[in-house]
Design a protein around this ligand. Structure first.
Ligand code: 5AD
Ligand code: SF4
Length: 454
């Protein structure tokens, strides 16, 4: 059916959710809805949710909760909970959100349209947490949805079967499934013909891409993406250390569009905790991989994920993690306090760490990493780096010469994914510019452009 009205889509969580929201938005567009940034004006509100940590889950309930009053005012308003919390909660979501219309699980997107039709014809509440044969191929192409973005995500696989003991992903996203390389390349080719210059390939563990399906390996997929016209940079996330191959390291080194950056979540530096997490490697093995990587690609930027306060983590275990951060010197880290998830096995582990203690450890870890990030950024002062321009920047920095008053401030990213601010009145979003770095801070670099290479 075709409808008219406004749709508001709110995304909580990871990059994969951003991609999924684009697909949901494309379905809404195909059904006749128009995108709005004003949630109070919406005729249909979708919250694409995340359940990886308690806080994200609460955010979903509180966001959708505020539409109870809008619904009183406008009984025709359709409210939808999509994604991981929907998958996890099913019909229980209605207990906390009685005004909710549709609970749409992570693999139920292809039936979203028919559920909208059912609500429009008078059905009050629908739960769909069933599986689908295909993950994305039956959904409308989202390529045209937001033409302003020069960097886009493309999900290449769904689900995970690593079963890390703290993680809900295998339960809410299901078993691992890879999309066909042909479909992925087709999608990226369409993006390459529009304004898109950078692609990030997404999967919970891209290193095992295609294994089950007997498809080409992930490095082979990278070499195919490398040939797509219009695309200038390729990124990917996430790599599991237990599956990192020499073939992938070679691909990063040899494929010109693949950025010299690897996100390799370590989670902890303590062997005892790594074992309890079911990660499948030791600290020594992880450090060996990092050495091999640095030998093959000396300029590679490295980032990681860390969980502090996993059940039974002692101060000694925590110090092992700090020690690992010291040894590797990551360019950036994403660190989290362990969040107890009732569907993950670790919630039954003894010796849960006190919340305040988790916070203290997290703060210590972040403070330490800040010094490392700043040190690594400082080394870049005086260097000229290629920056892909993403937008206009409204930031100012004391001590940095922004040029004449009317000069625009722009920002973009280096190959290593660092944000660079620079003044220029002629570069455009999507240009690749050489910028000489003059100032370095923990979260940004500042400099002046040499010339514009479009
Ligand atoms: N608590 C805290 N952090 C978690 N992550 C996954 N599950 C949890 C949890 N229960 C983190 C991991 C993962 C990242 C995406 O989220 O570090 O790599
Ligand atoms: Fe979760 Fe582990 Fe799978 Fe990552 S690899 S999604 S942390 S189970």
């Amino acid at each position: 059916m075709k409808y008219s009205g406004y749709a508001y889509v709110n995304t909580i969580g990871c990059q994969m959710n951003v991609y999924d929201s684009e697909k949901l938005a494309a379905i809404l567009t195909a059904y006749g809805f128009e995108k709005t940034d004003d949630m109070d004006k919406a005729d249909i509100v979708v919250c694409n949710t995340c359940s990886i940590r308690h806080k994200a889950e609460e955010k979903a309930f509180s966001f959708l909760g505020r539409f109870a009053k809008n619904k009183k005012r406008d009984p025709g308003l359709i409210t939808v909970m999509a994604g991981c919390v929907a998958q996890q909660e099913g019909a229980k979501a209605f207990d906390r959100l009685p005004h909710l219309n549709i609970v749409l699980g992570t693999r139920a997107f292809e039936r979203f349209g028919q559920h909208i039709d059912a609500v429009k014809s008078g059905k009050r509440q629908i739960v769909d947490i069933q599986d689908s044969e295909m993950i994305y191929e039956s959904l409308p192409d989202a390529a045209c949805f937001d033409e302003t973005k020069i960097s886009r995500f493309v999900t290449i696989m769904q689900g995970c079967e690593n079963f890390c003991t703290y993680c809900v992903v295998p339960y809410v996203r299901g078993r691992e499934r890879s999309r066909s390389p042909e479909k992925i390349i087709e999608e990226i080719a369409v993006l390459g013909q529009s304004n898109v210059k950078e692609i990030t390939l997404l999967g919970q563990n891209v290193n095992s891409y295609g294994c089950k399906e007997g498809e080409i390996s992930f490095p082979r997929l990278l070499s195919k993406v490398n040939q797509v016209d219009g695309i200038r940079r390729i990124r990917f996330a996430t790599s599991h250390p237990k599956d990192l191959s020499m073939e992938l390291i070679r691909a990063i080194k040899e494929l010109d569009k693949v950025c010299s950056h690897l996100h390799l979540p370590v989670q902890s530096g303590s062997d005892r905790i790594l074992k309890k997490m079911n990660r499948g490697y030791t600290k020594k093995e992880y450090l060996q991989q990092i050495n091999e990587l640095k030998q093959a690609c000396p300029d590679i930027a490295l980032s990681t994920d860390i969980i502090v306060g996993f059940p039974s983590e002692t101060l000694d275990d925590f110090n092992e993690t700090l020690d690992l951060l010291k040894a590797v010197e990551f360019d950036s880290i994403f660190a989290f306090a362990y969040s107890d998830r009732s569907s993950a096995p670790a919630s039954k582990f003894p010796d849960q760490v006190d919340e305040q203690e988790k916070k203290d450890r997290l703060n210590r870890l972040l403070a330490f990493q800040e010094t490392v990030t700043e040190k690594k950024n400082r080394v870049l002062t005086g260097k000229t780096l290629s920056v892909l321009v993403e937008g206009e920047s409204y930031k100012k920095r004391d001590g940095f010469d922004p040029g004449p008053d009317n000069l625009k401030q722009m920002y973009g990213r280096t190959e290593s994914n660092k944000i660079v601010h620079f003044p220029s009145d002629h570069v455009k979003i999507g240009d690749m510019v050489e910028v000489t770095i003059t100032h370095a801070y923990p979260h940004s670099l500042w400099g002046h452009p040499l010339e514009c290479k479009t």
